[in-house]
Design a protein around this ligand. Structure first.
Ligand code: SAM
Length: 277
């Protein structure tokens, strides 16, 4: 018998993957969690029916949410990840030799535990000695830490449930305070095909707070809409002004110095979404 996982993304869009095996399902204090082994994309983390990451395409999202801001900053030493309990962003941050401290502020301990158990190729960095895992609301963590981080990465679920507050101006203002004087924030800001209005709203918020605001894109096959946006807010460094020839060689599958340049080149309809903000 064929078994399929279907993400009912909204009332018009479903996305399905053929299942090899269901490895775990549980209801955590915050969300319904499933780990499924899929035929094509390997083991996959699902939260509240929404696919979060798969073994076979996670590299695109995690490399792009990490290397673009970390190579934009001149000397990143301390990095905060809000969300990101699967550990994928951490494994990429660990490739940066300047980084001394990584804090993961993840609300749901069960995401961390399940990722460690079932997704070791993504989560292996979680046990690194540079990593501090803070289980709790990332919004509160950010409010309580001022002038502490070089880079803040908002690696959140979609704006539902506990993640709603991560898509608000109050949160981005707190992040500004949490960053050092030359700090950078990057947030995953969804697909322009589906969340155009939200991206426009978020872009307005970023522009109210950060002197340099730069959206960038990549393609993630297992996320609805596939074309994905990130939004960077920077106090000092312009990601497009850096000399990409100076980027040291690291082991990646998607990110390259050329991609660092080209990811800021936006198709017209996405440019319009951001420029109208
Ligand atoms: N790459 C993913 C995506 O775009 O689908 C995001 C992955 S990561 C698993 C998202 C994490 O954000 C989840 O583990 C969720 O528990 C966490 N999260 C949601 N709201 C949060 C909050 N307010 N504070 C900290 N973590 C939060």
């Amino acid at each position: 018998m064929e078994l399929w996982f279907t993400e009912h993304h909204n009332e018009y869009i479903n996305y399905s993957l053929k299942i090899k095996k269901t490895l775990n399902t549980e209801k955590t204090d915050y969300q319904e969690l499933a780990i499924i082994d899929t035929e094509y994309y390997g083991k996959t983390l699902v939260l509240d029916g929404i696919l979060q990451t798969t073994e076979n395409d996670e590299f695109v999202y995690h490399e792009m949410i990490v290397h673009v801001p970390l190579f934009t900053h001149k000397n990143p030493k301390s990095v905060l990840i809000v969300g990101g309990g699967d550990g994928g962003a951490i494994k990429e941050i660990l490739k940066h030799k300047t980084v001394e401290r990584i804090v993961l502020a993840e609300i749901d301990e069960r995401v961390v535990e399940n990722s460690k158990k079932y997704l070791p190729s993504i989560s292996y960095g979680l046990d690194d000695e540079k990593v501090e895992i803070m289980i709790g609301d990332g919004i509160k963590y950010v409010e309580e830490h001022k002038n502490e981080f070089d880079v803040v990465i908002v690696d959140s679920t979609d704006p539902i449930g506990p993640a709603v507050g991560l898509f608000t101006i109050d949160f981005y203002k707190s992040v500004y305070e949490c960053l050092k004087e030359d700090g950078i924030i990057v947030a995953q800001t969804e697909s322009p095909f589906i969340y155009g209005k939200l991206i426009n709203k978020l872009s307005k918020m970023f522009k109210e707070i950060y002197p340099i605001v730069k959206p960038y894109i990549c393609t993630i096959p297992t996320y609805p809409g596939s074309l994905w946006t990130f939004t960077m807010g920077s106090k000092k460094y312009d990601p497009e002004a850096i000399d990409v020839n100076m980027i040291p060689k690291i082991n990646t599958k998607y990110y390259t110095p050329e991609i660092h340049k080209s990811c800021f080149v936006l198709p017209k309809f996405i440019k319009d979404i951001f420029e109208e903000a």
